[in-house]
Write a protein that binds this ligand. Structure first.
Ligand SMILES: Cc1ncc(COP(=O)(O)O)c(C=O)c1O
Length: 418
């Protein structure tokens, strides 16, 4: 359920017509609905009310500090994967004791910063990383809380680029090797073993892979406890899918019921790291048609948004529903919707049937709230889009459109070039 809907052939976000925002703020433009973000968070978090848990929104899905502040005010913690994400979370007012830190390549500087901030725990992804955290913590006279990210070798049945819990993936420590790493961790004075973690992938549309992963984790926790290694937190990662097209992912309460039932009486605090399912359908990207053209083989609609603004179609061949912001009733065409970037891989949709748009029309690319702006770049020296948050009958710019000055802000011409 989201708050994008048509009234009199006009697409609205909550009570604001998208055309009005686009006219004032320009395009391409990301538009998020506050009511949808709040609804999604509450639906997810309430679904786990029966167990001790902490929902840690996964910052990478949509990193805007206004979005982080919104979730933080609802009680959310966060899952971060870089020093930059820690900085964003703290700036947004997220309590450090609600931050979990994942990522296969944490640098020493990032580890030190996380220790200084007093985060809840590091989700450690290799034996070498554990050694480094231990050294950094003992040099600071600190004790680092850790969970080991184990790779349970479960197939999440999703796109290979977003599968993360298979033996062949770079993430975590294989469940076969994890026991030895835990024994080493338990013997390190500057390390406090706090939990166990896994994240098997993203856009998962069935509960089975989650239940399979948790069942392996549970057996592992029992083995650790038998050896006197305390495990207080079980972090199941994120990954719950959303409907982009015809997918039918479990609703949060179905997902929670399956997880809670598998968790049984393990007596742990459950940590969840949802990203996409909180923000994906709470946002769209609005773009304007620049040109249409018919070639011998194809019809093209050239819009002002490109793969630098939304890379999911180019990267994963992902489907996003495209809809005219003012409903059209003209002839139906089958067209490629493409951006201005100099790559044939720059497209938003291939062979999409739609009412033929005209130059200047606005299109909304739906379900763009997750991995949309957060994966945007400046490729082709394009300015990154603005982001706005709609709140009832008003909206707020939560990131201004970049300027040409922003583009070259970090660049320098050395004196030797005159
Ligand atoms: C460690 C970790 N946690 C959580 C997430 C969020 O996943 P999703 O957006 O599918 O919920 C990701 C996504 O890649 C991740 O790598």
């Amino acid at each position: 359920m989201n708050h994008f809907s048509f009234h009199d052939d006009e697409l609205y976000c909550e009570s604001v017509p998208l055309a009005r925002i686009a006219a004032r703020e320009g395009t391409p433009l990301y538009v998020y609905s506050r009511a949808t973000l709040e609804r999604h968070f509450k639906a997810f978090d309430d679904a786990f009310a029966a167990v001790r848990h902490l929902t840690c929104y996964s910052v990478k899905a949509n990193s805007n500090i206004a979005v982080l502040r919104l979730f933080g005010r609802l009680g959310s913690g966060v899952d971060v994967v870089s020093g930059g994400e820690i900085m964003r979370a703290l700036k947004a007012g997220i309590a450090p004791e609600k931050i979990v830190y994942s990522g296969v390549g944490k640098t020493r500087a990032e580890i030190e910063r996380a220790l200084e901030s007093g985060i809840l725990m590091f989700n450690v992804e290799s034996a070498q990383e554990l050694e480094l955290i231990s050294r950094a913590a003992s040099e600071k006279g600190a004790r680092a809380r850790i969970a080991l990210r184990v790779n349970p070798d479960v197939d999440p049945q999703t796109h290979p680029y977003i599968s993360t819990g298979l033996k062949k993936n770079k993430f975590g420590v294989s469940i076969d090797d994890a026991f030895e790493v835990y024994e080493r961790a338990a013997a390190m004075p500057a390390i406090e073993v706090a939990g166990i973690d896994c994240h098997i992938g993203s856009q998962i549309t069935s509960v089975t892979p989650f239940v399979d992963a948790l069942s392996r984790i549970k057996a592992f926790v029992q083995r650790l406890r038998a050896l006197g290694i305390a495990v207080r937190y079980v972090d199941l990662g994120g990954g719950l899918g959303i409907t982009y097209n015809r997918e039918e992912p479990p609703a949060p309460d179905q997902y929670a019921a399956a997880v809670i039932s598998e968790l049984g009486d393990l007596d742990c605090t459950l940590i969840l790291e949802p990203g996409r399912c909180l923000v994906g359908n709470a946002g769209c990207m609005v773009t304007r048609v620049l040109y249409t053209k018919q070639t011998e083989l194809k019809e093209f609609v050239i819009v002002d948004a490109a793969m630098n603004d939304l890379i999911r179609p180019s990267l994963y061949d992902a489907h996003h529903t495209l809809t005219a912001v003012r409903q059209q009733h003209g002839p139906v065409v089958r067209a490629d919707i493409v951006g201005p970037i100099c790559e044939s891989g720059d497209f938003l949709a291939h062979d999409r049937e739609m009412n033929r748009p005209s130059q200047g029309d606005l299109l909304a690319v739906m379900s763009a709230g997750a991995y949309g702006f957060s994966m945007a770049s400046n490729y082709n020296s394009r300015l990154r889009a603005a982001e706005v948050l709609v709140d009832g009958s008003e909206y707020h710019v939560i990131r201004r459109r970049e300027t040409f000055d922003d583009l070259v802000r970090c660049e320098m011409i050395p004196g030797c070039l005159g």
